[in-house]
Design a protein around this ligand. Structure first.
Ligand code: UD1
Length: 420
């Protein structure tokens, strides 16, 4: 039985929508909980399938997981070092985050290569070479990574290239190493700051997260505590783009202005009305959105690759032509074919998409190829003339919480329908 969205587009959206806790911050924080002795409580756990899948892996490690709505309690008292098999990692690239904490805690770990959204080859060589530079012995065999960290020592790691996941993995692996570990050429994403905030609240000493160099002073143990993860900047950005296209005083609660600054500037230049009230933004659509001309995705603080598909929908109905360059992931234009089915005029050459704005999109039968492509198609369906059917909802459910229910409250005509 497959689930699809059926959207009857063209309605103006108004009312309030709340941004959930950040998926990309929550996943490493959950992995980091492995380091804690005792209990960790989370007060704002979102209903994303990625979070559920990470909790399933924690259960395999014999961590007690208690969940009731937004409340989640993890108890690590009886934690065991288990092999993390393919059926667990296949659903979730973030499963790789467990490697660092397991090495820290048990000095040994075995994990299958991670899966996740199909947006490129997504290797993990940067993670592994950083571990090796701290003395971890690694054998890669039959799709598994076997690590031995008995000779792992604090030291210097210079990342060959900026990687969010590798920065987070290595940061967690160094928490208990005696002395100081310094990481150079690290990613600066807000989610890295959030992971450092979590680890520090549990007793770690991590300095510099959010900048180019991170220092970790080894501690003997981490204690438990209570934590709330900050709101998701990609979900906030998705809602802002939606508001720019069809909002009528649409109020978004949980927008961290500093994390979405670039998008907010572009939308303001597009004559969208955006009123700010602390962490709330009230947005009304612009009648005529000028094409942005050129935009490229790059690591933070530049434009995020995770908002590229949603932003392309905005450009597909803008006045004029824009060029969007995707620098992070080589397969991240899979939504283009679907948008073209909906009447968009987009041509792709290598890492460039040339988007000629059209007057309107129209409904069609389309499929999400990954999480953010799916979010882009939902926006496209909501502004299109007529009915759009979106397949592969399981991708969208990975990082948006009951999206259809929230959009209905704004006045959208969207249904989740089971089909044979
Ligand atoms: C994280 C985010 C993802 C976002 C991405 C870029 C999470 C759970 N996911 O993914 O939503 O799109 O950052 O902002 O936080 N690379 C290598 N070797 C490696 C690691 C990465 O070549 O070992 C390459 C990747 O293929 C990519 C680039 O480096 O081209 C950046 O990837 P990275 O920052 O590692 O992304 P993720 O941590 O996987």
């Amino acid at each position: 039985m497959e689930e699809t969205y059926i959207i009857n587009g063209g309605r103006k959206l108004s009312g309030e929508i709340e941004v959930e806790a950040s998926k990309n911050a929550f996943l490493p924080v959950l992995a980091g909980s492995v380091l804690v002795d005792g209990e960790v409580e989370f007060l704002n756990t979102p209903e994303f399938s990625d979070i559920q899948n990470m909790c399933e892996i924690l259960k395999v490690l014999n961590i007690k997981v208690n969940r009731s709505g937004k409340y989640l309690k993890l108890n690590t008292e009886s934690i065991k070092n288990e092999k993390i098999t393919h059926d667990l990692t296949n659903k979730l690239r973030a499963s790789i985050f467990l490697l660092g904490p397991l090495l820290s805690k048990f000095k040994e770990a075995s994990i299958s290569y991670p899966g996740g959204c199909n947006i490129g080859t997504r290797p993990i060589d940067i993670h592994l070479s950083a571990f090796r530079s701290l003395g971890v012995k690694i054998v890669e065999k039959h799709g598994y990574i076997y690590c031995n960290a008995h000779n792992m020592k604090a030291g210097k790691v210079v990342f060959s290239s900026v990687s969010v996941g590798a920065t987070e993995s290595v940061m967690m692996s160094a928490i208990f190493l005696k002395g100081k570990t310094t990481l150079y050429n690290v990613a600066r994403e807000p989610e890295i700051r959030e992971l450092a905030r979590f680890l520090n609240e549990m007793g770690a000493v991590v300095r510099g997260a959010g900048g180019d160099i991170i220092e970790i002073e080894g501690v003997k143990k981490l204690h438990g505590g209570t934590f709330s993860v900050f709101p998701d900047r990609i979900v906030a950005g998705t809602h802002l783009i939606l508001g720019a296209l069809c909002g009528r005083k649409m109020e978004i609660k949980g927008v961290r202005k500093e994390d979405n600054q670039l998008l907010l500037n572009i939308l303001r230049e597009s004559a969208c009305e955006i009123e700010e009230k602390n962490d709330r933004m009230v947005i009304s659509a612009s009648e005529h959105i000028p094409a942005c001309r050129f935009l490229e995705t790059l690591p933070y603080p530049n434009f995020p690759t995770d908002l590229q598909p949603q932003f392309m929908v905005l450009e597909s109905v803008a006045n004029g032509t824009s060029v969007i360059k995707e620098n992070l992931f080589e397969n991240r234009f899979n939504h283009v074919m679907e948008l073209v089915k909906m009447g968009a005029d987009i041509f792709v050459k290598d890492r460039l998409a040339i988007v000629k704005g059209v007057e309107r999109l129209y409904g069609a039968d389309v499929s999400a190829s990954d999480l953010r492509a799916g979010a882009g198609l939902v926006i496209a369906g909501l502004i299109a003339d007529g009915y759009t059917t979106i397949h592969n909802l399981h991708y969208i459910d990975r990082g948006y919480e009951r999206l259809e229910e929230k959009l209905k409250l704004l006045g959208a005509d969207i249904k989740r329908v089971k089909i044979e």
